[in-house]
Design a protein around this ligand. Sequence first.
Ligand code: TPP
Ligand code: MG
Length: 355
Amino acid sequence: MQTIDVQPHATEARDPGAPITVLTTHGHRQESSLLDPFLDEIDTEGIVELHSDMVTVRAFDREAFALTRQGELALWPPLLGQEAAQVASVRGLRHTDWIFGSYREHAAPLLRGAELSQWMKTWKTHSSAGWNPHELHVGNWQIIIGAQTLHATGFAMAAKMQGRDDVAMACFGDGATSEGDVNEALVFASTFSAPAIFFCQNNGYAISEPVEVQAKYPLAQRALGFDIPSYRVDGNDILATLAAVRLAAERGRNGLGPTFIEAVTYRMGPHTTTDDPTRYRAAAESELWAERDPILRVERYLERQGVDLASVQQRAAERAATVTSSLRREVVALTPTDPIEMFDHLYTRPTARIA
Ligand SMILES: Cc1ncc(C[n+]2csc(CCOP(=O)(O)OP(=O)(O)O)c2C)c(N)n1
Ligand SMILES: [Mg+2]
């Protein structure tokens, strides 16, 4: 049977626009009239700090992954490859701005100082909340895809009503953009002109579903339909992403309403420790993205600037080692729970099935 393409020009009619890059894969700094004003005060020392953040976050993530493989944690969704996007999302905001993320958002609680002994209880099945959101200004992570976009929008609406200049960021994935919750959040944020930042990490996949299955055009363009300004940035470029977050925060604080950012990145690891990505994606694709590694390009840049890279790496590795050894100590100290306890707070009386 012949298939008729009823929208032959759908793709051509839209300009996909390559993601904006400030720091190229080869470590060259490019000019961006849009983003450079938000990077003014970041000198080489500032970039060294961002590098250290990324190295620490990566090491933390790897250690948690290993702890899961060793039977110490129940599950882990790795962020490997997304360090630039995640670090930028945290460092581009003030501590008083709120972040509402998903299960993969480890940089926010880590960099905002979550107690590992409490946080890891969630990944060892002891509790469903890992920190006091009011201390960190980070909402507890969500497994319900996209739910946190509504939380962030509600928070942003409240901040506006109360006359505060805080912004609220929702961090979510490419797959989440297909959820009703996310679309409802966009409607509310737009119509109430809420100081919300929709920070979408397009890591290429929703578990095994490539992003192309969810959208035939850049995700950033979805926001335009809600009349929300939208920017598509290279999510493996910490400078571009940081600047975009600052731009969005500036807009929110100045009463200009919500902003959508699509940070184009790549999930270098599996979806979680229970997934095997070799079953649905080619090695060549992962190799291509390995070359776009967010940490590598900063190191190439620093080297070009004449910075003593070995000592920068050494300092970052020392900081990372302190974090990973605390992580291991706290996780091993938590005794495993009895699996039946997972039903403890579910019903007031056990149902027949649970009994
Ligand atoms: C409402 C809802 N539907 C389905 C799922 C199952 N699920 C868990 S993760 C996931 C994929 C999400 O992909 P994406 O939004 O791209 O985030 P990523 O995991 O790539 O960070 C799905 C469908 C869920 N947790 N919640
Ligand atoms: Mg994804």
